[in-house]
Structure formats: C-alpha cells, structure tokens
Design a protein around this ligand. Structure first.
Ligand code: 5GP
Ligand code: MN
Length: 343
C-alpha cells in the first residue's frame, strides 16, 4: 500500500499553503532508523511550512542525540502526560513511523487511536494493523528512512533534501542494513545512499557518531556478557543471552546499551538463530536474530506476542526471566529440523 499521492495532497504542494500541526511518533526504544526517519521527515515537513513535533514513547541512546532536530524531541514520561495529550489533541496530522502496531508505542497507543487527527503510517514491518487513514507500507524496503526518501522524491521535492535531512535518512538506511551488509541491501538502497552522498554528507563521521560512541560501562557489560552469559546450544544451532535487572544496574545500563548485543550470539560459528532476553521489570523483552530462511518473526509472533522481520524480530513475556527462558528452550525441539536445514 503506497498512498504517496494522497499523502502528498495532505502535505500540500508548496510552502506557503496552509500550515498544519504535525506530530511524528515512532516505536519504543527508538533505534537509528526510527529517529532518523522521524527527524528526516520532520525536517522535510518544516521546509514545507508545517509546525512539526516529534514525540517518542521512551528515551533513546545518547549516540542518536547528535541528529539534527533532536533538541526538539519530546521523549514521553509520565510527568509530561498532560502536555503530550494536548499535543495529540491539537494535531491535524499524525505520522507513525517504523512501526505498524499500536502496542509498540506504549502509552502513546491510546492517544493515537483516540486522536481525531488524520493518521499516516510509514513502515516496513510485516503484518501491519490498519489504524491509519493513509499508509506508505512496503515490507521490501530496507528501512523506514528509505520510504521517507521515496516519499520526498516521488512528490517531486528532491530539491528540499539538505544535509541535515540527508544525515538523518542515511543513518536509518545504514543501521537497518547493518552498514549495507544484510540481505535487505538492494540496488535501490545503494542508489539512495549515493544520492544522499552527493549532497556532501560525511558518511564516515555519521558511522563513527553512531557506532564508535560506546560508553565504557557498555563495553564492560559486553565483556561480562560474552564471558559469563552467552550460552550456545549446538544441537539447535542456537545461542542466547539472559540479562537480569540487577546485572543491568551493576553496569549502569542506559537505554540503547543492550542494542546489538544479540548479534554477538548470532556471530558464533554454526549458529543460525540467536536471542537476548532482558528483564525490563514490567516485562521480559526478547530480541531475536536469524540467518537465511529461518523466520524469527514467526517464532516471536507465535510464542512471544511479537513480530518484526524474518531475520530480526522481537517479543515480550509477562512471566519471570527464568520462566521465559524455560519456555524458549521448551519450544526449540519444534524448530530443530528447520534450524538444521538453515544455510
Ligand atoms: P529489536 O530486536 O532490534 O528490538 O527488533 C528487531 C525487529 O523486530 C525490529 O524491526 C523491531 O521493530 C521488530 N520488533 C521488535 N519487537 C517487536 C514486537 O514486540 N512486535 C513487533 N511487531 N515487532 C517487533
Ligand atoms: Mn526500521
């Protein structure tokens, strides 16, 4: 579903048309694609003359705070409930980026559902809910940033792209493709990257700001996890990590500090599926990765109330960490055959 023309009609053709009050929101614990696509779209819509606010359901990693427009982002917490509710009441237009199920935006879900504003969903996750009036949804897109770029270009606004917008969109594209190495890296991905590069963005610096910006606490925790917490089950070609709340506190873990940890489990030789189970106090979060045809989205949605993509998915559980671990181990035999055949 690609309502690009209809979205264009809502946004308006030129600056100088009626300004609209626009809210942009994205999923909890936003990653670089969530923030990059949101801030890139915000920059574009501001150039079209609109009043734009980005609201996130939770805070996010310090390594994303350099992004142009970050200073105006409102990260929801309970203290701002009244102010945020008012923003939702006043909005003419709400853009929902990089998610397509309202249970992924925590307390913002009911606010989006109840709002009278026109809702536009832009996303690349499988099995979207239909809560939006207009959608730009393409599960073959590598990143939501790719879809925002497509929207801008197809609406004939390529000339509105500037360095700040390009830095945001490039960040989303780079991270969701694993720095252009995952199987979602298409010719279109590289063509988009090339066009952004032509605007003179500093890709080396962007990569450093996002990836080489690790706190010592995070590295110490990673060392501990790799030494003591990484478990490998060769018979299932599966590796996993559990993290308790006490362990997170011991290493003063901040939002985003566990991002990417699951990839170390997946990188163990012979492993084709990996998971990290993290005790977030109100729930256990599971983050899955796989290679090839093995679908962790299916596993996460069948057993852990989640979803995502074939090779990267997430889920949650209201049981204890130990019970959730046991449940995960108990379903592995059902997948043993498929895991054995995965190349
Ligand atoms: P991560 O493990 O990095 O949190 O998420 C991996 C992928 O799965 C991301 O594309 C993310 O948006 C998606 N994902 C994570 N958790 C959930 C969930 O609970 N539901 C759905 N539908 N997708 C999820
Ligand atoms: Mn994404």
């Amino acid at each position: 579903m690609q309502d690009i023309e209809a979205i264009g009609a809502v946004i308006g053709k030129h600056p100088g048309g009626p300004a609209q009050t626009v809210l942009i929101t994205t999923h909890q614990n936003p990653d670089a694609d969530a923030m990059g696509s949101s801030l890139g779209l915000a920059g574009y819509l501001r150039k079209k003359g609109h009043r734009v606010t980005v609201v996130t359901p939770t805070d996010y990693g310090q390594n994303l705070h350099w992004m142009p427009g970050n200073e105006g982002v409102i990260a929801f917490d309970e203290k701002q409930r009244v102010a945020v509710s008012q923003l939702f009441d006043e909005a003419d237009l709400i853009f929902c980026l990089d998610f397509s199920a309202l249970d992924r935006i925590r307390e913002l879900g009911p606010l989006v559902r109840q709002s009278r504003a026109r809702k536009v969903m832009i996303d690349h996750h499988l099995e979207p809910e239909s809560f939006a009036d207009l959608t730009l949804w393409d599960p073959t897109a590598a990143a939501t940033a790719e879809l925002v770029y497509r929207l801008i270009v197809e609406l004939g606004d390529r000339d509105l792209l500037d360095v700040p917008i390009a830095e945001c969109l490039y960040s989303g594209l780079m991270t969701d493709t694993g720095s252009f190495r995952h199987s979602n890296t298409t010719g279109n991905v590289h063509r988009m990257a090339a066009n952004l590069l032509d605007l003179n963005i500093d890709v080396s610096s962007i990569h450093r700001r996002i990836f080489d910006n690790v706190s010592l606490d995070k590295f110490r925790m990673l060392g501990y996890v790799l030494n003591e917490k990484l478990k490998v089950l060769p018979q299932y070609r599966f590796a996993y990590i559990t993290l308790t709340d006490a362990e997170l506190k011991r290493y003063r873990s901040k939002t985003g500090d566990t991002e990417g940890m699951v990839n170390y489990a997946l990188a163990v030789e012979g492993v084709v599926m990996a998971c990290i189970l993290i005790d977030r106090v109100d729930e256990i979060r599971l983050s899955f990765r796989s290679v090839g045809d093995f679908s962790v989205r299916e596993l996460a949605s069948t057993h852990f109330n989640g979803g995502g993509h074939r090779n990267a998915a997430g889920g949650r559980s209201k049981s204890s960490l130990a019970e959730t671990e046991q449940k995960l181990l108990s379903i592995l035999p059902d997948y043993q055959q498929k895991l054995a055949e995965t190349v």
